[in-house]
Ligand binder design. Sequence first.
Ligand SMILES: *Cc1c(COP(=O)(O)O)cnc(C)c1O
Length: 386
Amino acid sequence: MSAIFPTYNRFDVHVKHAEGTTIVDQDGKKYLDFISGIGVCNLGHRHPAVKEAIEKQLEEVWHVSNLFHLTIQEEVAMQLVDHCDGDAVFFCNSGAEANEAALKLARKYTQKTKVITFQQSFHGRTFATMAATGQKKIHSDFGPLLQEFKYLPYNDCASLEKEMDENVAAIMVEIIQGEGGVIPINPEFISRIAELCQKYNALLIIDEVQTGMGRTGKPFAYQHFGISPDIITVAKGLGSGLPVGAMIGKNILKEAFGAGVHGTTFGGNPIGLSAAKATLSIVFQEQFLEEVTDKGDYLKLKLTTSLEKNEIINSIRGKGLMVGIDCKSEVTEILKLLRERGLLALNAGPNVIRLLPPLTVTKAEIDLAVDLINDVIKEYSHVTTL
Ligand SMILES: *Cc1c(COP(=O)(O)O)cnc(C)c1O
């Protein structure tokens, strides 16, 4: 009997050890990890530079709280603002907390409460971020939700234009809907969102919790488009496995988040930030990001050429190393078969296989993964169409 709340359906894999792109279970079986702790271990497991930084920090200070000055907070904040449109950082411990901070800041700054988000979005599990999430299954049985969120269809300019007015405090949006099915935003749609936010004095909040930290080949995924968000939220890949999150905002917002307005005990913890500093100094390098783009294109092309004729495949999409294989049936069984053969992959919604390999993945590992996916999908589609 487990003493853990059964909030997660777990794989039948007992993890013992992990390094690079490999996870080893208690029986010594090796898996190729194309999940990366859900887009967290972007440098692979236990990257030596991050390990060294954490070990060095362990010798200096672990925690003192935000009542003190810590140079490492200034350093990581500078790394972040140097690579995006924001000017100031609020550190926290998770994606939900980063979005929670963004929503509170948007309400306080605009003195409005209506927030537009999108159907099948995912923004977190706290009361505010659960309410921001446009998925009924995540809301059900929790009683009245925080008001006033409006869930519009994603990539639909007409419904956005109809809904948008001066009562809107903010629009919160993902550049690629991750949990919702690896659905990339249309360029016209994100441009229209940015224009309408400007027009009606609403804040543009980009949730980069999954797409940030180099995942799509840019430091932040919004940088594929000519927009300038007011708030950017990050977490997952920021600390290479240590719990760190951040909300990054423009200068004009600083005054609304003055002393005593918002806070968190652990946010900006030096151990977490030592991991973030080492991680950012690698993932924000131009050469590194070019390789992410190159390997992402390679992965998508290889998947497309080997799978496009298969009758169960709808489409293969995504950007950089965030790739979805949209299938005509549920993918649970396919993912199980892949695990048996030694490949760890995730779903995104019921019908999409989501691949989030470490950004350090090699082309040889991509070849291996695609061969396994190809074999399993071929066998699976034979069985199911018989
Ligand atoms: C995972 C995720 C979150 C929530 O992050 P937590 O760290 O689990 O709270 C929020 N937004 C997006 C886009 C995510 O992928």
